[in-house]
Ligand binder design. Sequence first.
Ligand SMILES: Cc1cc2nc3c(=O)[nH]c(=O)nc-3n(C[C@H](O)[C@H](O)[C@H](O)COP(=O)(O)O)c2cc1C
Length: 214
Amino acid sequence: MRELLRSLPALSGTAPAFDAEAVPDDPLELFVDWFTTALSRGVPEPHAATLSTADVAGQPSARVLVLKDVGPEGFAFATDARSAKVEDLEVNPQAALTFWWQPVVRQVRISGAARFLGEEASAEDYLARSPRSRAAAASVRPGRELASVTDLRDAMARSRARIDEDPGFVLPTWQAWLVVPDVIEFWQGSLDRAHARVVYRSCEGGWSRGLVWP
Ligand SMILES: Cc1cc2nc3c(=O)[nH]c(=O)nc-3n(C[C@H](O)[C@H](O)[C@H](O)COP(=O)(O)O)c2cc1C
């Protein structure tokens, strides 16, 4: 593996033109610009991000999920209240979201406190999902031991029947969350390693920003 890993290229995408010294005041504007560029340049599933959390002992944990919304308030995702990530966030709301868009050699790092968006937003998110994904969410017990794959398939079939019968059913454990950013970093890789890093920090009345060394 050592030889194989060392033979693999990194930063092999094509970075779009980017002037790190001419960025907008609002990081959200830059995020939307980078996101839409990623999409138009064929980045697969650019809305997938790694959410990092830590438990009460500081033990970190990270997993991929999809971004559900983004706006001046923050970055929204949805998940099950019984999941490990929610257990973490309930004792330690500090979280990070990391996007890696390989074809454009861009990474976006967001960190801040996460907060539950409430029952209405959670129900709205749940009902916006396809019947199949509502059934899947309704049949699982996140992280609990599963005796067999058949048990999972059977539970999904039962949930699907229930949802087809009652399309207004809302899974009570489904939750929408928001990461409220304190820091947002835009990173663009370069083959000569002169990577661009622009870091925005939230401050009284808006955002401060600056370049940092790679
Ligand atoms: C591309 C992709 C998208 C995913 N989207 C979500 C999501 O939106 N919400 C979610 O709870 N889990 C999502 N998952 C599953 C999570 O990675 C994870 O397995 C699950 O949420 C349990 O994580 P936890 O036990 O650390 O809480 C996704 C996984 C992948 C690979």
